[in-house]
Design a protein around this ligand. Structure first.
Ligand SMILES: [Zn+2]
Ligand SMILES: [Zn+2]
Length: 435
């Protein structure tokens, strides 16, 4: 029997890219993110499975959901099904794991060790929800098996810890799933390394994310309502950001407040290093302090924990000697601090499309902060995606995880790379895809 491949979601959106492979009674799923339009809290409520299913907000797969949640639905439950199901998780973003709250807690979820450990840390500090699944941390480069499937995770680079590309081999199929990636982070060599391994692997199919192709051609980007009252740095890499921040720290004699993204802990650690170098103390919110601890322990980097090591009053006595990390949930400290420069660096609220965005920045400006938006994408530039696909030389590339799969596919074709745009929920074999 040939391996059956089904694409459930994520073909023309950013995220929730989900496939299942099935052979000889074994089912392997890669990623199980929140569908676009599904509420993250609703996805944690096991009483809502039927509603989510009826609304088309969960993949209608057999062998995945507990019996009591799907007894009224035309699905075989985890308990009833003969399928042996496992999930491979590329990284810890909600568009890749946000549906975990609905599945049987017995389903093994394989992910890199670093990601599995970082998840425990994020969960403990309420920076990701509690997902009651059977977490299995794997080592990079070490193959394991699920029935006829041989699986290997390879470390990649994305704006979260433990991101991986996943290589899957069945007797009639070799597939590489890129996960989300970039060559502009702190460890681009990891991507180059797995891409070289992927070339040797000679995959039939490469599933490649194309987030940055979403903005090709005419665009519908929402205008930034604060453009004339704030400064924006659209930076091409993490290192470009660090260098701009270094200049800012050298030039400024005011308090600097930094709002970053918790999963991009490497950026916060680099910032701490930079602060120390510029004779400033860096102060982290308590939850972020705990999150960063494993990454600064046994280094010379010094970080202070707010309200434990230092108070707002002491910071206000010498604001020019500090960088204070702030997050949206603790935004009240902005009004307690002496206003200086506020750097918004992919923190919450993420962009003008979020309802919290406008009121929050009105307030920050009203308090007297000078606002800088300092963004670096977690996703590869268009040219880098093409280069990675070109280097791997899979027989077929499936362009997905983008709003513009056709434009991404055409760009790949121009590079001499064959592409395939699958239909959602249709079952394929490898010979349907590679003609
Ligand atoms: Zn994603
Ligand atoms: Zn991601």
């Amino acid at each position: 029997m040939s391996t059956k491949i089904t694409f459930w979601s994520g073909l023309d959106t950013i995220g929730a890219n989900i496939i299942s492979l099935e052979k000889n009674g074994f089912q392997l799923i890669t990623d199980l993110g929140a569908y676009v339009g599904a509420d993250i809290d609703a996805l944690l409520d096991r009483n809502l499975t039927s509603d989510l299913y009826e609304a088309g907000l969960l993949p209608p797969m057999n062998g995945l959901y507990p019996e009591e949640q799907v007894k009224d639905l035309p699905l075989e439950s985890f308990e009833q099904s003969d399928l042996k199901t496992a999930i491979c998780l590329s990284h810890l973003h909600l568009d890749h794991l946000g549906s975990f709250g609905q599945i049987s807690s017995e389903v093994p979820v394989y992910t890199l060790n670093q990601g599995a450990n970082f998840y425990q840390n994020l969960k403990q500090h309420k920076l990701l929800p509690l997902y009651d699944v059977n977490w299995q941390g794997m080592e990079s480069g070490v193959m394991f098996e699920h029935g006829p499937f041989k699986i290997t995770f390879h470390e990649s680079d994305h704006d979260t810890i433990g991101a991986a590309a996943i290589f899957i081999e069945a007797p009639d199929l070799k597939l590489v799933y890129s996960g989300d990636l970039r060559l502009s982070g702190f460890a681009p060599e990891k991507v180059l390394q797995w891409a070289a391994k992927a070339k040797e692997f000679q995959p039939d199919i490469l599933l490649l994310e194309g987030t940055t192709f979403s903005s090709s051609g005419e665009d519908s980007e929402i205008e930034d309502p604060f453009a004339d009252r704030t400064e924006t740095w659209d930076l091409l890499s993490e290192r470009a950001l660090i260098s701009r921040l270094d200049n800012l720290l050298t030039a400024s004699d005011e308090l600097i407040v930094f709002n970053g993204y918790p999963q991009n802990i490497e950026r916060l650690v680099k910032l701490a290093e930079l602060a120390n170098k510029n004779n400033r103390q860096i102060v982290f919110d308590p939850a972020y302090y705990e999150l960063a601890k494993p990454f600064v322990e046994n280094t010379s980097i010094e970080v202070l924990k707010l309200n434990a090591d230092i108070t707002i009053e002491s910071i206000n006595q010498h604001p020019e000697k500090y960088i204070v990390q702030v997050e949206y949930e603790n935004r009240q400290i902005l009004s307690e601090l002496k206003p200086g420069i506020y750097v918004h660096s992919n923190g919450m609220p993420i962009g003008p499309y979020m309802p919290e965005f406008a009121p929050f920045f009105e307030k920050v400006l009203e308090l007297g902060y000078e606002v800088i938006f300092a963004n670096v994408s977690g996703h590869a530039h268009q040219a880098d995606l093409l280069m990675v696909a070109y280097a791997i030389q899979a027989k077929i590339v499936v362009p997905w995880h983008t709003f513009k799969p056709v434009a991404f596919g055409e760009a790949l074709n121009e590079y001499g790379i064959s592409t395939f745009l699958p239909e959602k929920k249709k079952e394929y074999t490898v010979s349907d895809i590679i003609k």
